[in-house]
Design a protein around this ligand. Structure first.
Ligand SMILES: Cc1cc2nc3c(=O)[nH]c(=O)nc-3n(C[C@H](O)[C@H](O)[C@H](O)COP(=O)(O)O)c2cc1C
Length: 280
């Protein structure tokens, strides 16, 4: 995977675009997207499949349905995985890497895990029953203004707001917040995680820095994922992994992701260990 854009700039530029201009993509964009997808990989070594869909007719848009959440979009990318451990995190990692690349190209996207008609999109994208189909995103040039429902949705989940450092990052145990001033060269990758998108903007990632490792945990909101057959917040943790990994790589900080390096600690309620990043 070769990232040739500024991570900080792409992270700042990306937001959930729910109103799209009806405009063709520039000539070479589709090829660029396809070859970027070819180059994608993830630290969890699970396959993520991408499916493209173009819809021209307004009829089709209504039939397919994003429950009025997305308007004007004529192109979608769907993602599927095999239902296995770390696959949701792999999907979060790869799709977010693609979404940041698209933001860098000036192309808008919007993670959709809930507000789309899964059956209709699965049909239109020829996705089989044996695949898990958690997420789609529209993509295209953003319209110049947000529409009313979009603005209301953003207010509801406080989309422009993020939790502060002391709620997200810890040092040695979960009683000691990690202050940005003490994070040294990890300040940038952790800040990139803090700014990431998440389902309903719940920001379920918690990172505990201990010795030479960053341990990633999911603060699993009780009942939140009950309406899905999988834990959608695991996708958020994969998104956090992407922001962290792209940032450390950009800064030349070397390390590896491992799955079984949890420290011996008592955990707050609803906290689940997911993986660690160990500095080389
Ligand atoms: C895994 C995931 C699923 C999401 N599902 C939806 C969805 O179904 N509908 C929607 O309108 N937004 C969805 N979002 C977008 C979030 O609400 C949005 O990222 C968050 O409010 C932060 O706003 P921002 O993306 O503009 O920074 C989802 C985001 C993620 C990461």
């Amino acid at each position: 995977m070769n990232i040739n854009f500024s991570v900080d700039e792409a992270v700042q530029k990306r937001y959930s675009v729910r109103n799209y201009m009806k405009q063709e993509l520039k000539a070479d964009v589709k090829e660029k997207i396809e070859s970027f997808i070819q180059s994608l990989d993830n630290p969890f070594h699970k396959d993520v499949h991408f499916h493209f869909l173009e819809i021209k007719e307004t009829d089709d848009q209504q039939k397919l349905g994003t429950y009025g959440v997305i308007i004007g979009a004529e192109r979608y990318i769907g993602t599927t995985i095999k239902q296995e451990e770390m696959a949701l995190e792999a999907l979060g990692y790869e799709l977010e890497t693609l979404i940041l690349y698209l933001a860098h190209l000036g192309i808008g996207t919007c993670w959709l895990g809930g507000t789309f008609n899964r059956k209709a999109f699965a049909n239109a994208m020829s996705i089989g029953d044996d695949e898990l189909f958690p997420i789609i995103t529209p993509y295209g040039y953003p319209a110049s203004q947000k529409y009313i429902k979009e603005a209301i949705m953003r207010k509801l989940v406080q989309a422009d707001h993020r939790k502060d450092w002391k709620s997200l990052f810890f040092r040695d145990d979960f009683q000691t917040p990690l202050m940005k001033e003490l994070a040294k060269d990890l300040a940038f990758p952790l800040e990139m995680v803090r700014l990431a998108p998440s389902a309903s903007n719940k920001q379920p990632w918690r990172i505990l820095v201990k010795d030479n490792a960053c341990h990633f945990y999911e603060y699993k909101e009780p009942k939140y994922s009950d309406r899905f057959s999988y834990d959608i917040q695991r996708v958020d943790i994969g998104i956090a992994a992407a922001h962290f990994d792209l940032a450390v790589k950009e800064k030349g900080i070397k390390g590896n992701f491992v799955l079984d390096a949890w420290p011996d600690l008592s955990l707050p309620e609803n906290m689940e260990y997911v993986f660690s990043w160990i500095r080389e």
